[in-house]
Write a protein that binds this ligand. Sequence first.
Ligand code: MEV
Length: 424
Amino acid sequence: MDSRISGFYKLSVEERRERIRGLADLDEDAVEAVGGLGLDDRRADTISENVIGTLEYPLSVATNFKIDGEDTLVPMAIEETSVVAAASYAARMARAEGGFTTDVSGPLMIAQIQAVDVEDPHAAKVRIHQHADKLRELADEQDPVLVEHGGGCQEVQVRVVDTPRGQMVVTHLVVDVRDAMGGNAVNTMAEALAPEIEAITGGDVELRILSNLADRRLGRATCRVPPEQLNDEDSDLSGEEVRDRIVDAWAFAEGDPYRAATHNKGIMNGIDAVTTATFNDWRAIEAGAHTYAAMDGYDSLTTYEVDDDGHLVGSIEMPIQIGTVGGATQLQPAAGAAMDILDVDSADEFAGVLAAVGLAQNLAALRALVSEGIQQGHMSLHAKNIAIQAGAPGELVDEIAERMVEEDAIRQDRAEELLEELSE
Ligand code: MEV
């Protein structure tokens, strides 16, 4: 399978669906789900409360991705213009040197058990460690299926945490959750261990819940881009200049949290779009990402360097809490189809893909920001949206949008004027 589909963007939605059906070997149900039959009221009503309907997103496929030597089609669901095109663009730049290489630290989630009113917190910490084997066993008893699949509680850590309400003894269960996101598994374990922790510490256990700072579940990716891939023909800048400006842009994010917030938001544009398309918990990944970025003063989740060959080398490292089993994906048929398109075999592989997409998204944003700026790329789709908002019927949308781009006047009032003019 080749993820470089030339002219994909020029096809109609139906033609694109057909191409992806062939490339990803989708069955009839998946194609139907992607085509809009998606989530019905009955299913929606089992997913959330007080449901009154469903909300659709555009479902797109980013092209050109090669990840760990394999061509990968990346499903993305997002309402923001240019994100999918940008990811595909960066994936094409990275392809010249083999695409993205990833590494995942393993599917380890952390659950926290908070004990308050412990008279001797530091001694209690020692006592918990003394009982670690028994606590691990008790945790594993809560999920025999996970243990059968090679997962389970691997480690008990204890921290004495200073808080505005005094010292608290916080026990961490580090759990290998295999291919699950793992939230339910670790929460169940933490709840089950509460009486034991109370007995050992002599305190009261209050919270028992996972930590989204999943710093034992890190996704990493890297790519190399030759400078000649970095400039486009419209730019006055050489590839080397663009490369050096990208390193400056990264340094800006390293030094300034105001910039780092936007820089990291760009990374999450890509990651959230894939997690939305596959109906996964993007809020968990968001929480983990930003907290990880703040561990040492808030800064960038990516790094850019120049290697001996003069290539730009980008890399990313961040917590990625994602699963391929047990989540809500299969409740939403279109999300199930998105997983078929993505075709990953494990949670680790999925996390690697997300890391690569995050890096690609960031690279594309920085390349545009240091050269032509991002507005140019936004223009044409944005103009179409403005035309639609001004009430343009289907057959006039393209013409009104094109006129506004030509005139460099992409505004609702101009769209309304053009609509009146062209409707006469
Ligand atoms: C927009 O959604 C994302 C960017 O602002 C990211 C960035 O500034 O790096 C373009």
